[in-house]
Design a protein around this ligand. Sequence first.
Ligand SMILES: [Zn+2]
Length: 174
Amino acid sequence: MNQFNSSRFIVDAMLVKLGKFMRIIGLDTEIVDNSIADDLVIQQVIEKDRVLVTMDKLLYKRMQKKEQETIFLDTDILEAQLIHVLKSENIAFLIEDIDNPISYDSRCSLCNSLLKTMVKKEVKGKVPETTYTSFEDFWGCQNETCGKIYWMGSHWRGIRKTITSINDSFSENR
Ligand SMILES: [Zn+2]
C-alpha cells in the first residue's frame, strides 16, 4: 500500500531524470514521448487526467488556461524538483525503509509498473554472473514485456542519498 496520496503524474520529455526518480519513490508517473508536439501533450494530459510537471513556461500557461492542474519547475536540481512536486501535492513524504522498495510501492524506472520481490534463483542467467554472486536481494518489474531486474548495486548509493535528503527536508517541517 502506498503511504502517499493517489496523485498521478505526467512529466514532459525534458524531465526524464525526474520522472524516473518519481517512479522509484512510488509515484505513478508517465513520461511524455519527446517527439510529440505540445498540442498532443496537452491532449494526453487531459485525457489521462494526470498532473503535468514541466519546465516549459509556455506549456504551463496553456495548461492553466485549460484549468488542468500543472506543476511548473524553475530548477534543474533533481532534489529541489522532487521536493517541489511533493509539496505542491501536499504529500507528507517519508520513506522509512529505503532498502525495501516494495514497502513504498516503488515502480520500474523504465516503464512505471510496480515491482515485485524475486527469489534469487529466478534471476539466475538474467543478471551478470558477478551480480548474481554478489547480491542476495532482487526485484523485478511486474510487467512481463519489460522484465527489468533491479538490485542495490553501486547506483543505489546515490538513490539512497537523495531519498534520505528528501526525508530530512520534510522532517524539518514536522
Ligand atoms: Zn518495467
